[in-house]
Ligand binder design. Structure first.
Ligand SMILES: Nc1nc2c(ncn2[C@@H]2O[C@H](COP(=O)(O)OP(=O)(O)O)[C@@H](O)[C@H]2O)c(=O)[nH]1
Ligand SMILES: [Mg+2]
Length: 327
């Protein structure tokens, strides 16, 4: 792959029917609402009564998963009411109810990734090391697997290694990369990527960005500029601006989200490294505080290790971990 040229793009305009199918896929995912998958989990502790000790252990478990005090207390309060109203006396049943309450709470948000028109544009932002480049690679792979054609814009021009790292991922996914030299203007990279996508009828443009926070002002200005380039080139904003957060970050995630929100209107969160932690309850905290849905989760370093966020599966995993710690 020659990262400095867009001339290697071999893509021909898709036949009309195939183009229509791709457009439909992208559009249908714009309104994808998560949840619905049923799940079962076992019990916090076996053979216990629904006493104060039980509710304390539930609260503790929620806090241990970084759900946040306010949300943890709210969930426990809801559980008490549900247990009273439905005459639940069995802890096992109560835990199942808690899971339902949590899934319900998370299931209300639209977690779709998509847009109204092609080329769709996804901008990936976040602090260095959180997993942006990895996420871009995984996303390119996921979308390519759906039959969509993908251009990745290497707009982290600050770190020399970033482009090479991205190139490896992109090549594996079958997508194409548009890149400039080190230190180039990220806005110009995005402009070229969009121009290439338009010229070649490529479906999706994914933008990898820099994440150095020690020059925060400059970084944020750069991101704002990327937003403006997209608007002026396409006449509409990016479809998705995804903030990548590490699951282990805990409550500092909210601070990070607020910073990036100032530069670009975030449409979703990608929670990475969920494979390495039993935390991640901050999904609740982030969504409550900022109203931004978690849309994707990273579950490892491999190209396939990313999934659309599924509230039911997520709650199940959260409780399985709680259980293991309890055992
Ligand atoms: N275990 C695990 N590691 C991840 C995940 N996502 C990214 N990483 C690792 O995190 C490190 C930083 O990722 P990178 O994509 O370069 O972050 P960036 O600086 O935000 O672009 C790399 O070593 C990745 O392999 C994930 O979901 N799980
Ligand atoms: Mg990177």
């Amino acid at each position: 792959m020659n990262p400095d040229s867009t001339g290697s793009l071999q893509e021909e305009p898709p036949p009309a029917a195939e183009g229509e199918r791709r457009r439909r896929w992208w559009q249908s995912h714009a309104s994808r609402v998560g949840g619905g998958k049923s799940s079962r989990f076992r019990f916090l502790r076996q053979g216990r009564k629904l006493d104060e000790e039980f509710y304390d252990s539930v609260l503790e478990a929620l806090l241990g998963g970084d759900v946040g005090l306010e949300m943890a207390e709210e969930l426990v309060a809801r559980l008490r009411i549900a247990a009273r109203d439905l005459r639940i006396h069995d802890p096992q049943e109560a835990v199942r109810m808690l899971e339902q309450l949590m899934v319900q709470r998370l299931g209300e948000r639209n977690r779709g990734i998509g847009g109204a028109a092609l080329p769709g544009v996804i901008v990936v932002v976040g602090v260095n090391g959180n997993g942006k480049t990895t996420t871009v690679g995984k996303l390119a792979h996921l979308l390519s697997a759906q039959g969509l054609s993908v251009i990745v814009a290497a707009a982290d021009t600050f770190r020399a290694a970033a482009r090479e790292q991205l190139g490896v991922w992109v090549e594996r996914s079958g997508a194409t990369m548009v890149a400039h030299k080190d230190g180039a203007d990220p806005g110009a990279v995005v402009f070229d990527a969009l121009a290439a996508a338009q010229a070649r009828h490529v479906d999706i443009v994914i933008v990898d960005t820099a994440g150095r926070l020690h020059t925060k002002g400059q970084l944020m200005a750069e991101l704002s500029k990327i937003g403006k380039v997209i608007e002026s080139k396409l006449g509409r904003p990016a479809d998705e601006i995804l903030l990548v957060l590490e699951a282990v970050t805990g409550m500092n995630a909210i601070v990070q989200a607020r910073e990036f929100q100032k530069a670009l209107p975030l449409t979703g969160i990608v929670l990475t490294k969920l494979d390495g932690t039993s935390k991640g309850g901050m999904v609740f905290a982030i969504e409550e505080e900022l109203g931004i849905p978690v849309k994707l989760v990273g579950l490892g370093e491999g190209i396939e290790d990313m999934q659309f966020f599924d509230p039911a599966g997520y709650c199940q995993a959260l409780f399985q971990d709680v259980q293991q710690e309890d055992a």
